[in-house]
Design a protein around this ligand. Structure first.
Ligand SMILES: [Zn+2]
Length: 503
């Protein structure tokens, strides 16, 4: 089968399945990918979440393969899983099982209640899962097994010695109840059991894609993401063995091969969220870590944002003047007193003021006056009725008379020219970034569309995360607008100082 055909086959299977199994896209994806890459899948969840049915139907997609399904109990015996003892062999004083139709001859197996496995079957089971070998008496059989689907209602208890078994399952899904009402209705009123998958995969298809994937190149950025993830997981005390990482990379290669890619690219990394957690409560943290890393990179608006903020600060600092005397706002002091219930509001009594009451520099004072033109002021650090209530103009008049101080209401010509140049440069960069981000977004959408392993939910979240770069762009644009307003206005503060002469 050609790669393109396989991709379409998988797409068809996914489509068929998601029509029957609502809200199980991730599980369907993972199960198919596990099957193709020869890994085992654990479906963890409460009864009635269609775990067994899903695994069962996935198994039915294989043509020409042996399927073995068994419900384990605490009392299951090796006969039930590996086959009955051969009487002929016993007659010859030998010990072997008739394995046809049992796990040692299966391509796919579904083991329900997997963690009920007791010590009489556990060791052989581990060998089958791990090495695809079965020791049948003196003989060592090659087991053709691709995948085991394990279903369980709960994780094994620590003291049960089942860690090794748990570790064999690379893909782990915590299957929840159906969330959306209309999907629940579909489930109740339609007979999912009747569903017969019509698109099939052959054992040869699987072998072929595995061979094809073996030497697939891994993009350097994927290596970097994985390096970072390993570090972060270690810091969060989530341990992932080297063997597990090796298997994970193999899965990414198979996923990429099915996509028809020539290398493992960044988007394929989202699959890792189903292979790294040990406890279901780690799931969300890991998912977030992965999605953040997948989206990061590309256009970095951080530096431009900083440059724009720097320019804004420079423009303002040109207007910055120390006042010859501090000035306090009477009105704001009165209000502050009211809001804290009659206690004297003062930063000197340790009560934190809710807004600026005293001004030491001209820019803040001018801004305050522009915002509240009717407020009146006193000289000094606190309001005092003795000083009387002075209008802004009166304060300005006194500054002029006493200190020969003039408010700077506009930028000097030289400063303005300098900043205008810088402004133009930043605006040009912003426009370039805007275009860049748009193009990247388009490319991202395309990459997500053609990667059949990224679920709809993941695609949506990745795009939302990416679009937060647009928020940055808006913010930068609004700062630039503010700067332009400052540069264009001949007078930045519309203050009439002529009246001051009268006072
Ligand atoms: Zn005020």
């Amino acid at each position: 089968m050609k790669v393109l055909d396989l991709k379409n086959t998988i797409l068809n299977i996914k489509q068929e399945f998601s029509g029957y199994f609502k809200e199980r896209d991730a599980e369907i994806n993972g199960s198919l990918l596990a099957l193709l890459s020869g890994e085992h899948v654990l479906l963890l969840g409460p009864p009635g979440t269609a775990k067994t049915l899903l695994a069962n139907k996935i198994c039915e997609t294989i043509e020409g393969g042996n399927f073995f399904h068994y419900l384990l109990t605490r009392f299951s015996t090796p006969e039930e899983v590996f086959g009955p003892l051969s009487l002929k062999a016993l007659e010859k004083d030998e010990f072997s099982r008739r394995v046809e139709g049992y796990l040692p001859t299966a391509h796919i197996a579904l083991l329900d209640e997997i963690f009920k496995a007791n010590s009489s079957i556990l060791n052989s089971l581990l060998t089958v899962l791990n090495e695809r070998k079965y020791h049948n008496g003196k003989e060592v059989l090659d087991v053709p097994l691709f995948s085991v689907f394990g279903a369980s209602n709960e994780l094994p208890e620590e003291e049960e010695n089942l860690e090794a078994l748990y570790d064999r399952f690379l893909f782990r899904y915590s299957v929840d109840y159906i969330q959306h009402e209309e999907n629940l209705e579909d489930l109740i009123f339609e007979n999912t059991e009747d569903f017969l998958p019509s698109t099939k995969l052959s054992v040869e298809d699987i072998k072929e894609i595995q061979t094809k994937a073996r030497d697939m190149r891994v993009d350097p950025e994927v290596r970097a993401i994985i390096r970072g993830l390993r570090r972060e997981l270690k810091n969060s005390n989530i341990f992932v063995s080297d063997r597990r990482w090796k298997k994970i990379i193999n899965v990414l290669r198979v996923a990429s091969a099915v996509n028809g890619h020539t290398s493992v690219n960044r988007m394929t990394v989202v699959l890792l969220q189903h292979m790294l957690w040990d406890l279901p409560e780690q799931r969300e943290t890991i998912r977030k870590l992965i999605l953040d890393r997948v989206v990061s990179g590309g256009t970095d608006t951080g530096k431009l944002k900083q440059n724009v903020l720097d320019l804004r600060n420079s423009v303002y600092s040109c207007l910055q003047q120390e006042l010859p005397d501090p000035v306090s706002c009477n009105k704001c002091f009165e209000e502050e007193k009211k809001t804290i219930g009659g206690v004297r509001a003062s930063r000197f009594t340790g009560v934190k003021a809710t807004k600026n009451l005293t001004f030491n520099n001209a820019l803040d004072f001018l801004k305050h006056h522009t915002e509240f033109p009717t407020h009146t002021y006193s000289f000094g650090l606190e309001y005092s009725s003795i000083n009387g209530a002075l209008s802004f103009e009166a304060v300005a008049g006194q500054f002029r008379q006493r200190y020969d101080f003039e408010f700077k209401l506009s930028l000097d010509y030289g400063d303005r020219k300098l900043y205008e140049k810088e402004y133009e440069n930043l605006e040009e960069r912003l426009n370039y970034f805007r275009k860049q981000v748009q193009e990247e977004e388009k490319a991202l959408e395309e990459t997500l569309r053609e990667n059949i392993w990224v679920s709809g939910q993941d695609s949506k979240e990745i795009l939302i995360k990416y679009r937060s770069k647009n928020t940055d762009i808006y913010e930068i644009a609004s700062h630039l607008n503010e700067i332009r307003a400052l540069l264009e206005k001949p007078k930045i503060f519309d203050v009439e100082l002529e009246k001051a002469e009268v006072a």
